[in-house]
Write a protein that binds this ligand. Structure first.
Ligand code: DGJ
Length: 759
């Protein structure tokens, strides 16, 4: 890991592992992007910025500065001075003039990585910052008195590049920031495609890949949260790139509100990728002396396809973003009562569920929505965070103690950011909800959104949650958020600051979660937003896991979890086994398959265990055992995608390999049975080429090597080379939606017994 400045060339080189990022200073003024990709090990590449090509040389040909502006690869593009591609920064002066120009003034190279005030961001593992380095470039708009600090950080153990931007008003007048994106990346184009994650409620983060065309292609959210529909991520990749081959450039934003991620193909066939806070509805008044920090952007380059990109994101987030003490801990197997009871429960019902759950090895009961105020449906009571003791037949502490006596931990649900029109809180403080005077705020799920930009509202919300947590032995909180923002008007905010509210809301959420994990450091926090509408790296800074989707159907989950795992470690993906017919899709799948699919996430149950079949109850015991066996591997290992049902429409397959390559777990789902078809060849990945592995099949119902399992060759022992080049043969199984786990354990040489490796 190194950041160096080559003064003669005016070149900054940032290198880590096999990654190199080059920044050039042109004419002592312009900060240009030179290179991002595989390491070059050569200082002489500033010519790649093409500043010598007529008629674009600014110093030699002032007449054509505009042409220069519109083609130069800028590190951070600005609006109003002739660069008509996407701008990162748009500023309005107090007189109403728009436009900005950045002059390079100097730099600093720091050990470690500065924190971003009020925002989640990656950090060094070493408290002294020995594992990270940061480059700060100082630029200035002299007319506005605006200082722009461009930050670039790298970590010794990662090939990702982290970027953020800080603005400081050093002038004597206030300026209005109308657009502040976090990063831009200019490059030449060939024949690329664009990859994004798109969806809706119940089908979040499906992978979407399409040809890149001239003009702008964007994914975004103006919903106040990252959303079910789109993810703050975009990758530009070779037309032929697959899991293992091809170049990929990816951007991801560590943020949980409105965003825009975009790629633009220009007249000269160059590409500009940008990412940051969505400018729609945004403005920020920066007074003299004030600072504004834009969220951090993650840039990843891979020359080995999507698989390497994925593993770079996973390791970055596990090593440098998730702070929870649970990150490397086995999470308790939980049972959540939402799909079991919805609002219709009391303590006796919950205890009956807990008792049966405990017998089967489940370790925690989570009481979901409906325990507070008069909430027997979603029509009321959000904001009234006092226990409905009539419904719970006593105090919360009494219920928690009873659950603890059954040997289970206790978890609880909140939706702290909201207020129901039908609530005591709203009757007392109607002005605490977002609203535009004269308009009835739009209701979504019969609720309004609290204005978390207001400190007194945040204090109320925090104390309401904290008081409940202080009152009983509670190990886990599910923090839900069930509607998007509308009518974003703050009744206490001046006219010129209304455009700050979307962002201030997100900062308010971050502050609340920071206070929560600070006062309750042992709490396991799971974020959630009507399923997976706020599954983003920002929330991971506070909670080590996020509920993936309200759709727990094992087949729909294949696509959701494939898309989610493209960026996020499996240990972050909230995944549960639920009852069938599935409550969202109505599909009936085998209990085993539901277990196998949920095992690729945090794992738990979402069903009334007292009402399912004896056979399924019994199978829970086996699944819990499997979870304990495989969880360290799933949590810590390297993830490889082998086949995608979304692409082939027949089967799905993924693999997790322990970091020491001593064991691997392959999950294979035969979505559709194919008649008159031979066995399917599955080539594994990530194993030690010269290692030997024993193939252990995990089949709960059929016993070893039952119907549908790979026919073991060579006494069940294979070389790593054979498994990766030749593969294993998986026989067709009878029936749709069937699945199998294959566990590979390294052995010293063929014929010896397996020794289980560490995950
Ligand atoms: C949406 C969540 O995604 C569900 O799991 C559940 O907690 C409901 N909200 C409760 O209202």
């Amino acid at each position: 890991m190194e950041i160096v400045y080559r003064e003669e060339q005016g070149l900054f080189r940032l290198t880590s592992g096999n990654m190199e990022y080059g920044i050039g200073i042109v004419d002592g003024q312009y900060v240009g992007h030179v290179y991002f990709g595989k390491r070059i090990e050569d200082d002489g590449y500033t010519y790649l910025m093409r500043t010598g090509e007529a008629p674009y040389t600014p110093s030699a040909n002032k007449r054509e500065t505009g042409a220069f502006m519109d083609s130069f690869p800028f590190e951070y593009s600005v609006w109003g001075r002739g660069d008509y591609r996407e701008s990162c920064l748009m500023v309005k002066s107090p007189e109403g003039y728009r436009g900005c120009e950045l002059w390079y003034e100097g730099y600093r190279i720091l050990d470690g990585k500065p924190r971003l005030s009020g925002l989640p961001a990656t950090f060094c593992k070493d408290p002294e910052g020995g594992d990270g380095k940061t480059l700060e470039l100082y630029c200035k708009d002299k007319v506005l008195g605006l200082r722009v600090i461009l930050r670039y950080s790298i970590f010794a153990d990662s090939e990702a590049l982290l970027r953020s931007v800080e603005l400081v008003n050093e002038g004597d007048k206030r300026v209005c920031l109308e657009k502040v994106l976090s990063a831009c990346l200019d490059m030449d184009s060939g024949h690329e495609q664009v990859l994004t994650l798109n969806g809706s409620w119940g089908r979040e983060r499906h992978m979407e890949r399409r040809d890149l065309a001239y003009g702008k292609q964007q994914v975004s959210s103006v919903r106040g949260e990252t959303s079910h529909q789109e993810q703050p991520f975009m990758a530009v990749l070779d037309q032929n790139a697959d899991q293992d081959h091809g170049e990929v450039y990816a951007m991801h934003l560590i943020y949980s509100g409105n965003f825009a991620a975009q790629v633009e193909k220009s007249q000269y066939d160059s590409l500009r990728m940008t990412i940051g806070i969505h400018p729609e509805g945004f403005s920020w008044m920066l007074k003299p002396g004030e600072h504004f920090t834009a969220p951090e952007a993650v840039l990843v380059y891979s020359d080995e396809g999507l698989g390497k990109m994925t593993r770079t994101f996973h390791d970055l987030y596990r090593n440098h973003l998730i702070r929870s003490p649970y990150l490397h801990e086995k999470r308790p197997v939980l049972l959540n009562n939402w799909e079991a009871t919805y609002f219709d429960f009391n303590s006796d019902k919950l205890i009956a569920i807990a008792r049966e759950a405990g017998k089967r090895g489940i370790e925690m009961l989570v009481m979901d929505d409906g325990w507070f105020g008069c909430r027997d449906s979603d029509n009321s009571s959000l904001g009234d965070w006092f226990v409905n003791e009539e419904k719970l037949q006593g105090t919360l502490k009494e219920l928690v103690d009873r659950v603890r006596e059954e040997g289970l931990l206790f978890g609880i649900w909140f939706e702290p950011e909201m207020v129901s029109p039908n609530s005591l809180l709203y009757r007392q403080h109607p002005d605490w909800a977002f609203a535009v005077p004269g308009r009835d705020p739009v209701q979504i799920r019969a609720q309004y959104v609290l204005d978390l930009s207001r400190p007194e509202v945040r204090d109320y919300v925090f104390e309401a949650v904290a008081n409940i947590l202080r009152s009983a032995d509670i190990s886990y909180v599910k923090w839900d958020m069930n509607r998007q923002l509308t009518d974003v008007g703050g009744l206490c905010m001046g006219a010129e600051r209304q455009g700050e509210l979307f962002h201030r809301y997100v900062l308010g959420v971050y502050e609340l979660q920071e206070r929560l994990v600070t006062e309750f450091p042992g709490l396991l926090l799971e974020n959630c937003s009507a399923g997976g509408a706020r599954f983003d790296p920002g929330m991971l800074y506070y909670s080590p896991q996020i509920w993936c989707s309200d759709d727990t159907d094992a087949i729909e989950r294949l696509a959701i979890q494939e898309g989610t795992a493209l960026l996020y470690p499996l240990s972050t993906m909230g995944a549960h086994v639920s009852d069938c017919p599935n409550h969202v899709t109505g599909r009936v799948t085998p209990f085993t398959t539901r277990g196998h699919v949920a095992m690729a996430g945090t794992f738990g149950y979402e069903l009334d265990i007292t009402r399912i079949s004896r056979e399924d109850q019994k199978e829970i015991e086996e699944q819990v055992k499997q979870y304990h066996q495989f969880q360290p591997l799933v949590r810590e290992g390297d993830y490889f995608r082998i086949a995608s049902y979304s692409e082939n429409h027949l089967y799905d397959c993924w693999e997790v390999v322990s970091k020491d390559q001593r064991q691997a777990l392959v999950t294979y789902v035969q979505v559709l049975a194919r008649p008159n078809y031979h066995s399917r060849r599955i080539r594994l990945k990530g194993l030690r080429e010269d290692g030997w592995y024993r193939l252990e099949t995990e089949d709960l119902r059929m016993g070893e090597y039952g119907e549908g399992l790979a026919q073991p060759q060579n006494g069940g022992v294979y070389s790593g080379r054979l498994l990766m080049r030749g593969g294993i043969l998986v026989d067709p199984m009878k029936g749709d939606y069937t699945s199998r786990l294959f566990h590979l354990v390294s052995v010293d040489h063929p014929g010896s017994r397996g020794t289980k490796g560490q995950g």
